[in-house]
Design a protein. Structure first.
Length: 305
């Protein structure tokens, strides 16, 4: 375990002149993080599926904000968003996600959790990379430990009976493998951009509630979690830490308290599977094939004499 920090929202430095994109920033830890970044002077783009809810969230923030539509469950929407955002982006926060819904498929036929939590952010990040100048932060979860590996023969749950929690764990494991491989590729081409990851611990948010109102065991789980949960504001601190702190690429931030459930941010560990470089490279290749989006950067040519 790494030392716990004294990082708070007031530790975020002035961000004037920087543009930050936060996906899923109309509620929960995404909204809390966006609120802090805007208050510190950043121009924050709220990338949300529901523009009306995004505008309601933006109205609660001080500073410069802009609401743009982005549906991470639709590759066409992701491409349109990336195409329309033709300015430099200092930080991309891949925050949006879905948690343990019934079996639902994205517009492109992917299982919703894998398609949104991983493939959507994979495509968005690579499409924006030519304009990214600083950092990519991807929000994972301690739920990544549920997944022992990735079932490449059935990533979209088309053959085996669907299980929502293992599918969620698989998508969160994919977030960490993506971060590791992205950082490796960025370093290989000499890019100044770094990739980091974060998890909120136990945070009291709406994640998981929308799809599970009739699922008794999940209602019970949410109720128990809420008793021990941090606020959205505290749950957002690891994301903010991963976005602005002086930490190396492929760092993973989470609460530093008991079982990483709550507390001030710290750099935390991850499962052995999440550190498997070969698995990360294989996931990247499959993700390129599924999305049709590839890593866009190349190493700079050596200077001529």
């Amino acid at each position: 375990m790494f030392p716990v920090t004294t990082f708070t929202a007031s530790s975020v430095p002035p961000m004037t002149g920087r543009t930050i994109v936060v996906t899923g920033s109309n509620s929960g830890i995404g909204r809390a993080a966006a609120r802090v970044l805007a208050a510190r002077g950043a121009r924050v783009v709220l990338a949300v599926r529901d523009v009306d809810k995004g505008r309601e969230a933006a109205a609660t923030m001080t500073g410069e904000t802009e609401v743009r539509r982005l549906d991470l469950a639709d590759l066409a929407s992701i491409r349109a968003f990336a195409s329309d955002l033709d300015e430099p982006v200092d930080v991309l926060v891949n925050n949006a996600g879905v948690m343990v819904p019934p079996l639902v498929r994205t517009a492109d036929g992917f299982e919703l959790q894998f398609g949104t939590n991983h493939l959507g952010h994979f495509a968005l990040t690579n499409l924006l990379l030519p304009r990214l100048t600083g950092r990519v932060v991807t929000v994972s979860s301690n739920g990544h430990r549920v997944a022992r590996s990735l079932d490449f023969d059935d990533l979209n749950w088309e053959r085996k009976p669907y299980q929502a929690l293992p599918a969620y764990g698989q998508s969160k494991l994919a977030n960490l493998l993506f971060t590791a491989e992205l950082q490796r590729r960025l370093a290989d081409v000499g890019s100044p951009v770094i990739a980091t990851a974060a998890h909120p611990g136990i945070a009291s948010t709406n994640l998981g509630r929308a799809h599970n109102e009739r699922r008794r065991w999940l209602r019970l789980l949410v109720s128990l979690s809420d008793r021990f949960a941090q606020s959205d504001e505290d749950g957002a601190l690891p994301t903010l830490y991963a976005a602005v702190a002086d930490i190396p690429g492929n760092s993973y931030a989470g609460p530093g308290g008991f079982q990483e459930g709550r507390g001030a941010p710290a750099l935390v560990g991850r499962s052995a599977t999440a550190q498997d470089g070969e698995l990360a490279r294989r996931l990247w290749a499959v993700s390129e094939e599924l999305t049709g989006v590839t890593f866009p950067l190349r190493a700079a040519a050596p200077a001529s004499d």
